[in-house]
Design a protein around this ligand. Structure first.
Ligand code: NAD
Ligand code: HSE
Ligand code: NA
Length: 460
């Protein structure tokens, strides 16, 4: 930071910002930075000056003032006159080395890069710590929705037990469209592409990689424990069928791709205030405290606050012991909304520098063990096409009992070739449920498994 003005006049100080990337998000960051220069100076107590913008192809960016564009990101991060690096170029490499270079020389970093944070966040934090620099990443999870700051700061005095998120707009758009129209996954995906929600290569979204990275970040921050992308069990939405959607509707549910971060065991959920109520039987209290993070489709009752979040919107439901249930809702992607979160972080790190301090660092002190997915308590909805003959129900029920899985509800429907059994289980370890469904599917009396999906909350 330089102070070219009168001594003691904070507004005369200048904070120089290097931006890496000027695509969907970066171009909006640059626009807002330039348009709001006076307001930002007043809010920060120093002028926030755009010093350089690194892009792949420097000749294509009308929004960037002449002379600031470069294709040399390495030079930008190494420039000792630059105080803050805003990273909105994405990717793991070379981005990791670029950010480490910036942090090691004491520059603060604001990033929207969930993939890198979930892959190697602790290395970035360590570099920030060693140099006394800030690492902020509000835009990395659920775009514009304030979430990281509430978790890192506002809820720092509470004990979070559960974070459930619709954190991927593309998949939420597809599942909402399937629910509204009864269309197949393939048709809904095509429509999402036509409307510009799904990217040309939608793999990161539909296979759950994007949501899994966000789940890792949320779990790490919420539970003060390092959780990386590789620790998150991940399933996408490619196998969700129109029949699954119809089955969900029939039992008063919708299908959502959820990022599910849970603390199990330790102090019993619900021990304080009314915070434990909504966890229902999806969170099991036992003696060993552990955490888990997973991403997969679930059937969610229509009454759940997340069930009404449709289209490309994101929402995150947080349950904390003293605060109770909290909902965060809004646009999780898009240039301007994501840039809003980036600018908020930029103001925060700029204020920290003006004040000579820094914001929250990594908090991983709890270091809770990660519960393997097979041991995580889940509940299943299972719809079976069965033979219409005596003894079917008891054969299926005893297979569940043998697997240690208790059945919550069972309904028999139809006759003859249309005969089916629809079951919802109580919570049981995921591995026991999966193995039991395999055994049920192999029974002579079961013609086929029409639908299997995990459920959360109370279903009809
Ligand atoms: N688009 C969104 O809605 C959204 C929302 C939240 C977070 N993010 C995250 O923000 C980041 C950027 O996303 P985007 O949608 O703006 O991407 P984008 O592809 O539109 O833009 C990327 C920019 O980075 C530049 N770039 C890429 N590699 C570079 C390199 N090696 N050197 C110099 N410049 C390079 C490109 O030239 C381009 O200007 C990603 O980490 C993404 O996950 C995006
Ligand atoms: N592809 C992401 C963008 C935000 O990370 C989504 O669909 O939500
Ligand atoms: Na956010």
């Amino acid at each position: 930071m330089t102070s070219p003005g009168k001594p003691g006049d904070p507004a005369a100080a200048v904070l120089r910002v290097g931006v890496l990337g000027a695509g969907v998000v970066g171009s909006q960051v640059i626009r807002l930075l330039l348009e709001q220069a006076d307001d930002l100076a007043a809010r920060v107590g120093a002028r926030v000056e755009l010093a350089a913008v690194a892009v792949r192809r420097p000749h294509r960016h009308a929004e960037v003032p002449a002379g600031l564009l470069t294709d040399d990101a390495a030079a930008v991060v190494a420039d000792p006159s630059i105080d803050v690096i805003v990273e909105v170029m994405g990717g793991i490499d070379p981005t990791r080395e670029l950010l480490l270079t910036a942090l090691r020389r004491g520059a603060s970093v604001v990033t929207a890069n969930k993939a890198l944070l979930a892959e190697d966040g602790p290395t970035l934090y360590a570099a920030a710590d060693a140099a006394g620099a800030d690492l902020y990443f509000e835009a990395a999870v659920a775009g514009a929705i304030p979430l990281i700051r509430p978790l890192r700061e506002s809820l720092a005095g509470d004990r979070i037990s559960q974070v459930l998120g619709i954190v991927n707009g593309t998949t939420n758009f597809i599942l909402s469209a399937m629910t509204a129209t009864g269309d197949s996954y393939e048709l809904a995906l095509k429509e999402a592409g036509r409307l510009g929600y799904a990217e040309a290569d939608p793999t990161a979204d539909v296979d759950g990689f994007d949501a899994a990275a966000k789940a890792a970040i949320l779990a790490s921050v919420a539970f003060h424990t390092r959780v990386g992308a590789a620790d998150v069990h991940r399933e996408g939405i490619g196998a969700v069928s129109a029949a699954d959607v119809a089955a969900a509707t029939e039992i008063g549910c919708v299908i959502k791709l959820l990022a599910i971060c849970e603390r199990n065991g330790g102090a019993a959920p619900g021990g304080a205030a009314d915070g434990g109520a909504a966890a229902g039987d999806d969170v099991v209290a036992d003696e060993t405290e552990s955490v888990s993070a997973r991403v997969h489709p679930v059937m969610l009752p229509n009454t759940h606050p997340l069930a009404r979040v449709d289209g490309a919107f994101n929402a995150v439901y947080v349950q904390a012991e003293s605060a109770g249930q909290l909902m965060f809702y809004g646009p999780g992607a898009g240039g301007a909304p994501t840039a809003s979160a980036v600018l908020g972080d930029l103001v925060a790190v700029a204020r920290n520098r003006v004040a000579g301090g820094r914001g929250p660092r990594e908090s991983a002190y709890a270091d809770l063990p990660l519960r393997p997915f097979g041991e995580v308590p889940t509940r299943y909805y299972v719809s079976l096409d069965v033979l219409d003959r005596a003894g079917v129900l008891s054969a299926v029920a005893s297979t569940f009992a043998d697997g240690g899985v208790s059945i919550a509800t069972v309904r028999q429907q139809g006759r003859g070739d249309d005969a089916s059994l629809v079951l919802v289980t109580h919570a049981a370890p995921e591995a026991a449920l999966a193995a039991t469904v395999d055994k049920v599917a192999a029974l002579d009396v079961v013609r086929s498994v029409a639908s299997v999906m995990r459920v959360m909350g109370e279903v009809q």
